[in-house]
Each structure stands twice: as C-alpha cells, then as structure tokens.
Design a protein around this ligand. Sequence first.
Ligand code: ARG
Length: 471
Amino acid sequence: MSDNQLANKSQAWSALFSEPMSDLVKRYTASVGFDQRLWRADIAGSLAHAEMLAAQGILSAGDHAAIQRGLHEIAAEIEAGQFEWKLDLEDVHLNIEARLTERVGLAGKRLHTGRSRNDQVATDVRLWLRGEIDEIAGLLTALQRVLVEQAGTHADVILPGFTHLQVAQPVSFGHHLLAYVEMFARDAERMADVRRRVNRLPLGAAALAGTSYPLDRERVARTLGMVDADGAACVCQNSLDAVSDRDFAIEFSAAASLVMLHVSRLSEELILWMSQNFGFIALPDAFCTGSSIMPQKKNPDVPELARGKTGRVVGHLVGLVTLMKGQPLAYNKDNQEDKEPLFDTVDTLKDTLRIFADMLAGLSVRPDAMRAAALRGHATATDLADYLVKKGLPFRDAHEVVAHAVKSASRQGVDLVALSLGELRAFDARIEADVFDVLSLEGSLNARNVLGGTAPAQVRAQVARHRARLA
Ligand code: ARG
C-alpha cells in the first residue's frame, strides 16, 4: 500500500480483515459518539508521549516538531467545532491520530510508537477525571460555604429535632445545616483521596505487557502532572493492571454516590419542610414549578429531581462494578462501557452541586413555624429529667416522673412547657421556679453547650471553624 492508501483506509488494522463491518456493528462497537469528550486529555497525553519519545531518541526532532504542530492545530479545529468526527474511525484516539497523519504525514504515524490504545485510553480517562475531580472539589467548597453562612444567620433559630421523625429535642437550625456541612466536608476528603489514585500514569504499559522501546515513563508522568505531594512521578507499576483495572472510576463513582446521597437526604428534608404541614421554609421560585391543573401549587422540583438523580448515580456505580467483576486480565472491550456512566455521573453531580449552592443561598426560613412546631411534642422532656437529676433524683426515676407529667400535659392537650409550677410540683416536689429556665426552648439549647452540641454558642464556634477551613 502507498502512504496515501494507508492514510485513507478507514480501519487501523484492516490488512488482516477481508470483509467490512456492517453499519450496525460499526455503531455498536464505536465510542467516538461519546468519548470525543476526552479529546483534550488525548492530545495532552500524546504531546507528553511524543516529547518523551524525542528526548529518548526514539523520535527525531523534526518528527516531534511536526507532531506538536499537528496536535495543536487539531486542538484548535476541535475547539472551533470544525473537526469532523468519523464513526469509521471508532474512537477519539483513532480519529485524532488519523487527522494528525492527514496533516503532518509520516510523523503522525510514528506517534503511536511504544503505545497502544489500551494504555492511551486508561491515561485519557484518568487525566480527564482528575480535572473533573478538581472542579467538583471547588463546587463542594462553594456549597459548604453557602450552608455555613446560612447556619451563621440562623444559629438562634429553633426547630424540633427528630428521631424516628418524631419530635425529640429542640435544635438550632444552624446546627441542623452544619450537619450537612460535615457530610460534604467528608465528601471533599474522599474526593481528594480518590484523586491520588486517579492521578497515576498507565502510558508505557502499551497493549498489556510493556514495550520494547526505552521509554521514560516517569518523565511522561511529570509532564502530565502525575506526581505525588513530594513531586515524585506516579506511574502504574504493573502493565497488566495499568491497562485493565477501572477501580479508580469505581472509587470515584462511590464517592460521587455518597455526595448525591447526602444531597438526597437534604432534599428530602427541604421537601418536607416546604410542605404545608411543616411550613418551615420556602425555596426561591426559580427552583420550583407550578402545577398545570392546581393553581395554588408550588412544587419543590429541584430537590425532588436531585433525590431522583441520586438513584441514577448510584445505578452508574452498580453498573461499573458489574462491568468490572468478570473481566480476566488484561484489557477487554467491556471497558469501553465505563465512559457513559462516568460522564453522566460527573455531569449530574456538577449540575446538582451548582444548583444546590444557588438554591440554598436563596432559602427563606420561617422561624415562627419552626418554633411553633418545637412547642408541640414535649421537646423539652429530657431537659426536665436532667433538671431532676441535678436535684438528686436518679435518671431512671426522673425519666418516670417526666413521663407522668407528659401524659398529664397530653391529656390536657398542651405541651409540657405550658404546665404551671403548681402542676409540675405535683409530680415531684423538688421542682422549683427555676425549672422554667430549662423547660424553655432557649434553655434547652443553651444547656447543650458541649463540643458538637446544639447550643447557639457552639454553632457560632463551628461556623467560625468552617469559615476558616473553607477560606
Ligand atoms: N475505545 C476503546 C475504549 O474506550 C479504546 C481502547 C481500544 N482498545 C482495543 N484494544 N480495542 O476502551
């Protein structure tokens, strides 16, 4: 075949093949429809590989220059939307390589020396995902900041805290919001940890066994920023493992699922709080929709969708785990199926985090409704028991005394806090006028002035800690 014929043939391996692929099989096996989004990573990986080949004397300076020029031109073409992606060329890698050869001739064909698409794709996905993780880290910080500021504003707002969704003890709304800050902070830690294992270089593993060319893999790793905290190159140490495992993608999906899980729990609360029966909050109109039939409706669509999309992200995690579980070493085409779930996970997560930061910044809070709810359900019963303990009663006996008082209040249809001193003293003569300091909602909160507790003073201290941490 002439060089020209080689450049024009539609498949990289066709010398061996005597019959063409049907359109259906082409469509079935191709990934270019979705993996073209890896193009930046693909070009960055190729530039780093070519630079190393030249430094090692495997590629001439002239070829290296031509490859560099060609790849930069291709990047500009793609950026400008002028690149023609061809299904016949299967994936992002072959599309870019074929275009490079079109542009710079023989040098383009030398780029693939010491490389296989197997180590190329593993490298591309890792580079791409690393960038996405960095964006996600920023979005997690932004969301936490919004929650921390809302917590600071509402440190003194009291709502009922629930266990079993039954009124348990009054808590600060700021404290409640900071619970989610803790969750998102751990999510950010997890993402940072996943990043360390994503950021390792497969290139140089070639198809599966390594390569006979004297590659400098650490040089490529350094060029691509695949280095640890001390600046040492991070290179996959076993070629079979490097090209085949997608555990880094699975780990990321697990971390992403946990973020969504936390968003979903918060969503559930926002939805409840916004219902007429709670009336604790309102979400900004821009995040709600109306009903086509019921004119009075304002529905919390965004949190509902986030709750729903959590299922989708968790589904992708299960998909990836299942994709991997039966694969023998080394690369199998199954792995091409890692991309769509991974891409959709990233898209869903980023959109969700952005929307939640905006939506929560505009949250309106109804302290009166929260307070009224906290005054139903005898939320300060534990405080009365603790009061009696401090007056010398053993806790179990105090618990019993208060249970009687609660029963009596319930029978009268009032909350425990509404009982008079005389009525309370009927249950235990140790009760004195100072009982109302602890039976009030504020008294109950202020009493919990322990690290991690709901006292507004603690909430303010936590807000300060988070602000400093997120600065
Ligand atoms: N498009 C493929 C993928 O996404 C690239 C690797 C193909 N390697 C191969 N030996 N067919 O995994």
